[in-house]
Design a protein. Structure first.
Length: 148
């Protein structure tokens, strides 16, 4: 049987994609390690931040949260259950349409963000410790061009 596998990336773009995939796990581990002190994962924290950046008079529905975070609705539902059990969000049925659920951040959610955000931002900054300021600026400009 003849083998048809390519062990090395065929070009620089493929190699860059491979490096991005490899470091994405390390980045997620570093952020989760920081947020572990606050007993929350990066994915739940991202959901809280999404709610934080939403106008109070326009609560989000679970499907809108899934779209904004780029994840499946089932994943959002699991996160919402945990966040609600920990009193960081509330889910209420819309009085106008009982098929709709509105999700809002609670005072407990705001307190958690107030405590965790400085550590979160520091952990994000630490990811680029090996880069100069110029390299950091250049990398930021290049990576923001990637549109998935």
């Amino acid at each position: 049987m003849e083998k048809h596998s390519i062990a090395n990336p065929p070009n620089t773009r493929a190699r860059l994609g491979e490096v991005l995939l490899q470091i994405s796990d390390d980045i997620l581990d570093a952020i989760n390690s920081t947020l572990n002190e606050f007993h929350i994962s990066e994915s739940k924290f991202a959901l809280l931040l999404t709610l934080f950046h939403t106008r109070k008079d326009q609560p989000l529905q679970p499907s809108e949260i899934a779209d904004r975070l780029g994840i499946r609705r089932a994943s959002v539902t699991k996160q919402l259950i945990w966040l609600e059990e920990n009193q960081l969000i509330t889910r209420t049925i819309s009085p106008e349409d009982q098929r709709r659920v509105h999700v809002t951040i609670t005072e407990g959610g705001y307190r958690l963000l107030d405590l965790a955000l400085p550590r979160y931002w520091q952990a994000c900054a630490n990811l680029t410790n090996k880069l100069t300021e110029e390299e950091t600026d250049s990398l930021l400009n290049l990576l923001t061009k990637i549109d998935l």
